[in-house]
Design a protein around this ligand. Structure first.
Ligand code: VGL
Ligand code: ZN
Length: 220
């Protein structure tokens, strides 16, 4: 009997087919005017060999390079945030904060990763510049929202480091400012101080309204 699929054993063909249909539906994201890429804190200090290395953090670089190339090709703006702390920042252990010193303004460690290939007109946004104030979110520097609005940006594509701190806070603030947010799930990595922190952060971002996206789901 041709075309007969037995129930109860063998491969659940119908379920597989449905899963593929879902992937096809999600692949319809096409870059357009009003879109911007926001790369969060891909700085030497958060990479392999730095004082606050994000596990597998270096892996985001090559994929962010591919996103950045796509945005540049479409003539769409690219933003890169960076921790730019004074040497006595309140988040540092010596000041009673949770972190070893990192992202100290003008230091080598605070530079964006040299392997990150950004368009020459990438807008760099520094944050955490006040000694007494933590600033995980790129929107803690109020200039980011103003710059985005000035360029007519409506949808943000956000990736970088770290999923459970600066990416989380940047995404939540972006949604709060009224931007649509695609979370670049292939271009984020977590600190995971507690195992599962990164997964929890992704769940929090999606329940706040962010839509998960992978590079292969961009069309065109
Ligand atoms: C970050 C910890 C401290 C981050 C910044 O970029 O996620 N994490 N400062
Ligand atoms: Zn910091």
């Amino acid at each position: 009997m041709h075309g007969f699929i037995p129930h109860g054993h063998g491969t659940p063909i119908v379920a597989q087919y449905d899963a593929r249909m879902g992937d096809i539906a999600r692949s319809a994201v096409k870059l357009a005017k009003g879109d911007a890429l926001v790369i969060v804190d891909v700085q030497n200090d958060f990479l392999h060999g730095g004082p606050l290395p994000v596990p597998r953090g270096d892996e985001v670089i090559y994929i962010l390079n591919r996103y950045a190339a796509r945005f540049a090709r479409e003539g769409l703006p690219v933003f890169a945030t960076r921790d730019w702390h004074p040497p006595n920042h309140c988040s540092f252990l010596e000041q009673g904060g949770p972190w070893p010193p990192h992202g100290v303004a003008d230091s080598e460690g605070a530079q964006l990763a040299p392997a990150l290939r950004l368009p020459s007109d990438t807008v760099i946004v520094s944050k955490g510049t006040d000694a007494g104030r933590e600033a995980y979110s790129g929107f803690a520097s109020s200039e980011l929202a103003a710059l985005l609005e000035r360029k007519g940006v409506k949808r943000l594509f956000i990736g970088g480091l770290a999923t459970d701190y600066c990416v989380l806070n940047t995404v939540v603030d972006a949604l709060g400012c009224g931007f649509a947010v695609f979370l670049l799930v292939d271009a984020i990595r977590a600190v995971d101080v507690q195992p599962g922190d990164g997964d929890q952060a992704v769940a929090a971002m999606t329940s706040a309204g962010a839509v998960r996206l992978r590079l292969e789901e961009l069309s065109g």
